[in-house]
Ligand binder design. Structure first.
Ligand code: NIG
Ligand code: FE
Length: 420
């Protein structure tokens, strides 16, 4: 990457030149027919970042006029990326990063044949409760930095390993130090001290715990699954969260079929995550949530890191896409079912294992995540979008799936600032 610096302010206007393949996810903004290419690819492209936003995107041959029109002066910095691929920063709409300890022993046992079960969460709850704020904060920041190094520029993260009023409040408060996309997941599993009275635990979640956590959170979530919470309990938690002003998201249909997906659609959830075991009715409900051009349907978020790490069957993305469901891809980074924050790995797994094309997987990991978080400002690179940009050390985004495990993220801009 070559850089030319001119004097600039605290938010320098940056012109990126020499982009071999620019994925904008904004076809209309760059004169591409969305039917031909919904990901709005421009070849031999340029991108202007100014004031933390995308100011101009298009073919490099048109950029002198474009820059003059929107900036009226020379950019402060010009960066040449020498034919590399550029795309919107990844939007990881599902992670669990406030925790202590690891469960490598459980993983090892699983690889020797023991199945994954929701109960392992309690191991992390014990370690998390015992950790100091500073230890949790250091662990969280390390994971956020690792995600950023792999191109994630928007990250949702959840509580759910505290499961007491004080420990859940601490988790959402610490999470809020690193992201605006904080989810209250007090209903992750029933903690041991409430094992004999799960409904009493739900009372606590919808009462004092929600009251303590809602001020730090944007979302409420529940693990609606055998071994965690029933559909009735899940509905109580989600309705209480919504009444407290939180948006709704749901963990469902991860370990087997169930009512969670339909519950999520019924409650107008922004996203329902996992979606590994789906009936035809589930697929129809998800597709129906987007019928009539509704921009606020329920996104199905696939988390293929879970299937990779648990040896479960992968979800069928093709079936969902063909039915008209909007998909996101997320890491679900957590110490039990998917201990990776790598969105490039999610793209590779989605392409290899779930039936997505490369274009669909990259779109799901960027624009799809943005829709799952109802964030119109991220996941695309049209003028006005947040200047969150990833440069790959590769000529095309295809390399994300074609070269799995290779560190392909060459540079990252977050809010128009170099972030890596
Ligand atoms: O999304 N499914 C529920 N929660 C996490 C797993 C958490 C754990 O095993 O610690 C998930 O997969
Ligand atoms: Fe999860």
């Amino acid at each position: 990457m070559r850089e030319v610096e001119h004097p600039g302010g605290s938010h320098p206007a940056t012109l990126i030149l020499g982009i071999g393949e620019l994925t904008t996810n904004a076809p209309e903004a760059v004169g591409v027919d969305p039917v031909d290419d919904p990901t709005g690819v421009v070849r031999d492209a340029a991108l202007l970042l100014d004031g933390g936003r995308v100011a101009w995107a298009g073919p490099e041959r048109a950029c002198a006029a474009g820059v003059e029109e929107v900036l009226g002066r020379a950019p402060d910095r010009v960066v040449g990326v020498e034919g590399r691929a550029v795309l919107p920063g990844f939007v990881d709409s599902h992670s669990h990063l406030v925790f202590a300890g690891d469960r490598s022993g459980e993983f090892e046992a699983r690889m020797a044949g023991r199945p994954y079960a929701a109960g392992g969460i309690r191991t992390t709850v014990a370690a998390t409760r015992a950790a100091s704020d500073d230890d949790l904060r250091a662990n969280l920041r390390r994971h956020v930095d690792q995600a950023r190094a792999q191109g994630t520029t928007t990250l949702e993260t959840k509580s759910g390993y505290g499961l007491s009023v004080a420990d859940e409040e601490r988790a959402v408060r610490l999470a809020r130090e690193v992201t605006e996309e904080v989810t209250f997941l007090g209903a992750h599993v029933v903690p041991p001290e409430h094992a004999e009275d799960p409904d009493g635990y739900v009372d606590l979640v919808v009462g004092d715990m929600l009251a303590a956590c809602a001020p730090h959170a944007r979302w409420v979530d529940v693990f609606c699954e055998t071994g965690a919470f029933t559909p009735e309990q899940s509905r109580r938690v989600l309705e209480a969260g919504a009444a407290a002003g939180l948006g709704v998201r749901v963990h469902a249909n991860q370990l087997g079929p169930g009512e969670g997906v339909r519950l999520a659609v019924d409650l107008g959830a922004a996203a329902v995550d996992h979606c590994t075991y789906l009936s035809d009715d589930d697929v129809a409900a998800l597709a129906g949530s987007w019928a009539g051009g509704d921009a606020q349907g329920t996104v199905a978020t696939l988390l293929p890191g879970v299937e990779f790490s648990t040896r479960q069957p992968y979800p069928d993305a093709r079936r969902l896409l063909d039915a008209g469901v909007v998909l996101a891809l997320a890491s679900d980074c957590n110490p039990g079912s998917s201990y990776t924050s790598s969105m490039p790995l999610m793209v590779a797994l989605a392409v290899r294992e779930t039936g997505m094309t490369v274009a669909e997987a990259v779109s799901a990991a960027t624009a799809g995540g943005a829709r799952a978080l109802r964030r119109p400002d991220v996941g695309h690179l049209a003028p006005g979008a947040r200047a969150d940009v990833v440069v790959l050390d590769a000529p095309s985004r295809t390399h994300l799936a074609y070269r799995p495990g290779v560190p392909l993220v060459h540079a990252v801009w977050k809010d128009g600032h170099p972030a890596r």
